[in-house]
Design a protein around this ligand. Structure first.
Ligand code: PEP
Ligand code: MN
Length: 262
């Protein structure tokens, strides 16, 4: 179970050499979407040099508009896997439904997106795997509902759950969402599961990503997941919130002054 009362010690989720939730600060970085083999490999190489330990890249994209870029699908996962091999870095990508699960065999962490947080059938299916699952908080879901969704995965047999606060919908429209840092602090009390923050989807504005990334560190998150693109102006998805390679490197220098990275 996810609660601290039954399981007081912090859960450490192992991904290769990375121990998420062990008291270090885990940085996941990469583009919103995998676009080409060259793009994902180049971003992988750069973010790893800057200190990221896991590479993100969406292949199946949950877009608001059916006319927006939907991701490269299986081809995107192939490119992501080739970047994993070329650069030697674990990878994370979002699964959108049960039928896609077999395609994720070589993906190190399966991401359940905000829009699927209460897709209970999908939660049960990923619960049958041994692979780490990163569960993002739904756009309008309470902390209790978030924990219950984690519980679904664990109840099906998979204890390797990582929570991710990615901003919630409020009355405020000046930022894409409202980053609920209070939820991170409360979750650290309520659950032994590791919790990451996604400042990119939370705020939606590039210049505000570094301050929120540092706020995540200060509030006690176990790490962050940040969108980074080689050319944000040309990104096929979420360019406005993506850091370029130099901006990400600067953020990492700043974070490294404050913590021991893993
Ligand atoms: C993502 O991380 O690629 C994503 C789509 O985020 P969210 O599910 O939080 O909107
Ligand atoms: Mn995105």
């Amino acid at each position: 179970a996810a609660g601290r009362t039954v399981h007081p010690d912090d859960t450490i989720v192992k991904v290769g050499d990375v121990n998420i939730g062990s008291g270090t600060f885990t940085v996941i970085a990469g583009p919103c979407s995998v676009e080409t083999r060259e793009q994902i490999t180049m971003v992988a190489d750069s973010v790893k040099k800057s200190g990221a330990v896991i590479l993100r890249g969406g292949a199946f994209k949950p877009r608001t508009s059916p006319y927006a870029f939907q991701g490269l699908g299986k081809e995107g996962l192939d490119y992501l896997e080739s970047a994993k091999e070329a650069v030697n870095i674990p990878i994370i990508s979002e699964v959108m439904n049960q039928t896609q699960i077999p395609l994720f065999e070589n993906v190190d962490i399966i991401q359940i997106g905000a829009r699927n947080m209460q897709n209970f059938d999908l939660l049960k299916e990923v619960g049958k795997l041994k692979k780490p699952i990163l569960l993002k908080r739904g756009l309008c879901n309470t902390i209790e509902e978030f924990l219950m969704s984690a519980e679904y995965i664990m109840a099906s047999g998979n204890e390797n759950v990582i929570l991710c606060e990615r901003g919630i919908r409020t009355f405020e429209t000046a930022t894409r969402n409202t980053l609920d840092l209070g939820a991170v602090a409360l979750l650290k009390e309520k659950t032994h599961l590791p919790i990451l923050v996604d400042p990119s989807h939370a705020v939606g504005i590039r210049s505000l990503v570094p301050p929120l990334a540092k706020a995540a560190l200060a509030v006690g998150a176990d790490g962050i997941m940040v969108e980074v693109h080689n050319n944000p102006a040309k990104a096929l998805c979420d360019g406005a919130q993506s850091l370029d390679l130099d901006q990400f490197d600067h953020l990492m220098q700043d974070i490294k002054k404050r913590v021991v990275l893993e």
